[in-house]
Write a protein that binds this ligand. Sequence first.
Ligand SMILES: [Zn+2]
Length: 374
Amino acid sequence: MTVLVYTRHSITCTKQDDRNWRRCDCPKWHEYMHNGHQVRKTAKTRSWETASKKARELETRIEAGESPEKAAPITVKDAITKYLEAKAAEGLQPTSLVKPRGMMARLQAWCDSKKLVYLRDVKADHLHDWRNSWEFGKNPDGTLSPSWKIHWAVAKSLFTHGYRLGWVPTNEADKLKGFKTRSRQVQPFTKDQMSTILAAVPKCEWTSDTSQRIRAFILLMRWSGLAIRDASCLKRTALDDKNRIHTHRAKTKTDVFVPLPESVADALRALPKAHAEYFFWDAETKSATIPVEYRRLLDKVFETAGVEGTSHRFRHTFACEMLIAGMPLETVSKLLGHKSIAVTEKHYAAWVPERQIKLETAVKSAWQTMELPR
Ligand SMILES: [Zn+2]
């Protein structure tokens, strides 16, 4: 059983007499015998190559006893169109379709370049090659930025969708591993930067109450590792007489218990009592706006100090200094109120080697007092 490909030229085509001419843009057709009848049908393409692929598909189906009238397998192009339609029907924000659209366009272009017409012909190996051609961002240490993971998830969902709807017999994308990515490593403040920041507070031309409050706020964030929301909403009752603070992390809903240096605890106790319940509120404060307000105040400090900063860097400073001092990652993770150590590792992995070097140096210096084996 052979399915022939031929060209049906348009009346303006110069190759009208040669139905085997492949290189013009005229529609390509299929011709074959079925149940004793000659059948001529459009191949629904203007590419000879695509028509040939479809012809081989058709042969296989006819030989397997399937009706040639039966729907052909879904093409990559149709699969993408239907998938994006289904996405749009989910009622998502229009902006959340930007990434899927972009990713599908990339996939289509790649499949075209590899002459892959049908979705079911796109195998895990192909997807592997395709991913290797990606050029998303990398971190300075060579690890992949999280955008790799995000883009793969978007690409994969086409195949998951197709598999679920029976367009393809297997989920080829599911056979590939995800990417190991890493968020940009955090940057703590140096000791010099911390001094410069604290020295800038009195230069911000605030009332002495505000200056006092901001100074205590900075010290609290640096020495507790609290995030700005938790620090700005710290209750007076959260500080006990042993200089420990006990808080509930708003983001991860975990309890955090951290001892503060005495001077920091005293700075908190010395704050003017503008609000009966909270250290950093006054009578008009609303909880939703307080982190915004403190972020703005801190920006002013950073600007005055000439230090590029964000409130989160105080928290990073707390964590990194602890790691460098040799504290185990597990403990730092608990102090930060992270839900899992994986989160801590993701952000602070770069600071662990520094801790390792410190540990090694300590071991080696201890050797100096020992008699080593020869
Ligand atoms: Zn032609």
